[in-house]
Every structure is written in C-alpha cells, then in structure tokens.
Design a protein around this ligand. Structure first.
Ligand code: DGP
Length: 115
C-alpha cells in the first residue's frame, strides 16, 4: 500500500517518534502549524472516521486517553488542540486517519468564514 503513514509506522520513512505501542504512534508533523505539532496515528490503516470498524472505534478511545496521559511529556501541560481533517474540503492530504495535536503556545481560535 502506498501510504506515507504506513511507511512511517513500518520504519521505512524516518520520523521523530515520541510514543509507540502495538496500536498507535505519535510523531512530529514534518510541516508544523504550531510551536508543538504532533500526529497521533492508529497503526491500522483507514482513511476517515466513516471507515472505522469496531476495533478502530476502540483504538480511537485508547489513542485519546494516551494523548491525555502523555501531555506533560509532550510539553502540552497548559493545553492543546486536537484536529482530525476529514476529506477534501477539510484539506485532508494523507488518507490514513490521523489526529493533529497542536500546542506549545496560545492557539487562539480562527473564524474560518473570513477566508
Ligand atoms: P492532513 O492535512 O490532515 O492530511 O495532514 C497531513 C499532515 O501530515 C500534514 O500536516 C503534514 C504531515 N506529513 C505529510 N507527510 C509527512 C511525512 O512524511 N512525515 C511527517 N512527519 N509528517 C508528514
């Protein structure tokens, strides 16, 4: 499968990993949009939440709890934002489900209607 995140999971493409277990990986986004910008990915490949099976649903809850447990280690003690881009109008470019984790600064809040 020609999926860049599957290749990162397999170690075929290098990444700056901060956490890994048998279900998930957290690594730095190569094109950061905040002072701290990580991606949390399930190891099972699927593109969007429309495609989740029962195990994927369990894994997402597991991943969210893991992010909360690791927030201090990731430098996110004062807060962070989680974003999942879904599909074309959201700007999803990598079709392996991933959660953006952004923080390390005050993030503000964007009014997207102004774009
Ligand atoms: P999205 O637009 O939600 O599909 O975000 C995909 C993100 O993946 C984007 O912020 C950049 C990041 N990204 C793409 N290719 C690579 C890569 O090879 N390595 C890493 N670390 N991040 C990548």
């Amino acid at each position: 499968m020609d999926c860049i995140f599957c290749k990162i999971i397999k170690g075929e493409i290098p990444s700056k990993k901060h956490y890994e277990d048998d279900r998930m990986l957290i690594f730095e986004d190569v094109s950061p949009k905040a002072n701290l910008h990580y991606l949390a990915v399930p190891k099972h490949h699927y593109a969007t939440i429309d495609n989740m099976n029962e195990q994927d649903q369990e894994d997402i809850g597991y991943i969210l709890k893991k992010i909360a447990d690791l927030k201090d280690m990731l430098g996110l003690t004062n807060g962070y934002r989680l974003t999942i881009n879904q599909g074309e109008s959201a700007g999803q470019t990598v079709h392996h489900l991933h959660i953006h984790i952004m923080g390390g600064q005050n993030l503000g809040w964007t009014d997207f209607r102004k774009q």
